[in-house]
Design a protein around this ligand. Sequence first.
Ligand code: COA
Length: 172
Amino acid sequence: MSDRFVELSKSEHDRTSFDCGQEPLNTFLQTRALRHQASGISKTMVLPADQSADAKHLIRAFYTLSSSVIERETLSPADAKKLPRYPVPVFVLAQLAVDSRYHGSGLGKITLINALCRCCSIYSELPAYSVVVDCLDSNAESFYSKYGFSFLCTANGRNRLFIPMKTVQQLF
Ligand SMILES: CC(C)(COP(=O)(O)OP(=O)(O)OC[C@H]1O[C@@H](n2cnc3c(N)ncnc32)[C@H](O)[C@@H]1OP(=O)(O)O)[C@@H](O)C(=O)NCCC(=O)NCCS
C-alpha cells in the first residue's frame, strides 16, 4: 500500500467509514474538513487505502493544517525576548488521526512526519515560529511529546503543545 498523502476529495474519499475512536476527529473529517477547505481556512491531507472497484477510497489516516498566531508571553522568557511584542505566526496541526483498524502499525508516526514535512515546505516561502497542536486528551499529549513537542499553554480548555520550526527543520 502506498504511503502517499493527497488532498481530501469529496468524490474520491470515503469519509463516512473513518473511525479513529475519537468522535470529535471523526465528525470533523465527515462534516467540516471539506467546508473549511473550500473556505480556504485549512487543508486536509488523507492517506487513502487501495480502492476496490468503483468504490471510494477508505481513509487510513488524515491530518489538517491551518495557521494562527501566538503571543510571545506564552513562551519562556528566554524564547520570548527574541520575538516581537505583537502576535507571531504559527502553523496549527488542527487534526491528526489514524483509523482504529491501523492503530499501532506506525501510521501515526508516518502521518505526523508528513505533516511536519509539509510545514517545512511552506516555511521556506512563508515562515512561522512553530507548529502548535491542541491536545484532545493525555494520550494525544504523550504521543506528541514523544516527538519533541512541549507544553505551551492552555487554549480553549485543551493543553496546547508546540515545536519550534527551527527544530523541525533540523529533523528533516
Ligand atoms: C494517536 C494516534 C494518531 C497514534 O497512531 P498509531 O498509528 O497508533 O501510532 P504509531 O503506531 O505510529 O505509533 C508511533 C509511536 O507512538 C507511540 N504511541 C502511539 N499512540 C500513543 C499514545 N496514545 N500515547 C503515547 N504514545 C503513543 C507508539 O508506541 C509508537 O512508539 P514506538 O515507535 O516507540 O513504538 C492514534 O492512536 C489515533 O488516531 N488516536 C485517536 C485520535 C487522536 O487522539 N489524535 C491525536 C490528535 S488530537
